[in-house]
Design a protein. Sequence first.
Length: 677
Amino acid sequence: MTDQQNSSRVISDSSMLSEKALEASIPSDSTSSSQQQPATATATAGLAANSTVVETGNAEISNEEKSKIIPVSSPALLEDGKFCKLLTSDSAVETLLNRLKRSILTCEEFAKYIRKKAVLEQDHEEHLKKISRTTQDLLKTNINLKSDSFTLNFDKLVKLDDRIASQNSAYSKQLFQMHEELNVLASTITRNRKSHKDNFKRKEKEVIDSINAAEKAKQKYGTLCLELERVKTTDPGKKTLTLRGSKTTSEQEEILHRKIEAAETDYRQKVTASTGLRNVFLDTFRPNLVRQLKDIIIEVDIAMSVQLQKYSSKTEDLVLQTALSINPMRGANQQSMKVIASSIDNEKDLYQYVIKHSHENRNKALFPVEFRQHPSIVTSSLRTVSNSNFKSAMKPITNPVSVNANKTSASASAAAATPFNQPSTQSAGPQYSVLDPGSSNYNSNTLSPSVSSTTSNNRPSSMISGSADVSGGLKTFGSSIQQLNDLEGDLVPSFVRQCIYVVDKYGVNLEGIYRTSGNIATVNNLKDAIDRDPRNVKMLLPNPNSITDSDIYAVSSLLKSFFSQLPEALLTNEATPVFLAHGRIPEEDVRVKKLHELIFTLPDTSYWTLRSLILHLNRISSNNSINLMTARNLSIVWAPTLFPKVTSGGFNAEDMTCQGRVIEDLILRANDFFDPE
């Protein structure tokens, strides 16, 4: 189907719609007269065709209210004398062509708007269907979600959104059809306008050219007549020299008479021709063209009015269907969104879930440990003191078990069995929370109850209370942090906490701490002793009466050795490539944000141990004016220890730089990455 045929069909459809509306809006006895109404009356009837008669009960709306819906038409204005006179003027065609151009441009803008809205509605419908169906599938397949009245009613609301999306789909298709019809209409009328304009310009030029030719013939005729009068006033006997020889006055008059006769004949013919063309142009061609342009303008405007009515009608239908989907009429076998959302019983959901999933099996990890002191540990002279202190030491255990008791029972048992010839913990260690790094619910004091010191040992109090041998043959060096934590029931290995405590207390002002190595023999002796018995971590505490720098350097070297001998590096093999990738980011704020997100993905054992170590290194670097260990120096020392060791060929200088930058950022921004201890 060509564009011309499509345009004709659009205009024809609008005319048929207008005629049907006109027949429906007037009494039956006046049907014949309605067919003779002008095009403007048809347009008015077209506006009435799609208007809905609103009823309140059995009474229709008043005429005043109806006039607000149906625009007022003025067909009599097109028969006005002034209007008709202007249509016969020379400017009528140009005025109507400009008016038709405005109608075409308006039609094009209308079509653009319809298309944009159609695309918007289609996009909205596709996205709404996509998220609706994805959510429905998740509600059916995801076993981690609730399965109760909330989920059931939520699924109903999602299905309702899916149904609304289907309604939008039909609406968008109708808008695309309207856009196509408007485009065909605009393109066809544009070609018609151009054809009429070119034809008018051509006819007008023919008339103007004929008039100009007649004017030139008139001027030629007048010139010859003046020449004849001049010749008649000259001396009859005088001869005039010309290109053809000498001519007498009589001979010149004879020649001029012949030229005047020919010029007069040409002048008369051209005047007759121009007059005829002008009369045809003014009396026939231009009035017909004016009438055609007026009819085209009315038809285009009617077609756009009908499309606008279709748009309003389809939009009203969509809104009405959506409203009925959200809040159906009474008696409909469908619940409203409000009713569905109000049908949730949270208390009943919780009751049913607990009844279905709870069981009465007791958690054996929460069974209390009965304190039984081995007779070989204490002498009879200490048993009296032990009995008096035992009652106070056991009071916290008889109370209800804390939230973290199931994870720290082994540590609590070991702490309760502390030999009385060792001093008790005097200062609280770092606090941790399993769920929130900002919380401080975990305290080493709660895991190791204090026992009054009964010895004159000169060593200061330790971060780790003496305990029974809980190693089970597991060596401290070379074992994973997870194994040590499972054995001790703590979040951070006791050896790490003890080393950090010693360096914080005695080594924060030592120049080159962690860069200067301790005595190899001392380090190896301490390592072997701790591997034999974890309780020997108390040997890390120096005698306050004879503290030497080498003692502290030995502890710092021992801590680095512990991390370097882990089966898997503290920052894990899996996270290392991501750490290096983040370390290559040049923008500091972006790099720190990425590192912050990555740290929280580490396993719990790595996270809590890293937290204690980094906060400790931050305290060391904050005193760099004395110990000369800036964050950069510490990162150079610690980066190879905390990252996995890479075999030859798989590591380069750029990776080493990135490792150092990551550790330096962690130390400098420690209080941003972790809550202070």
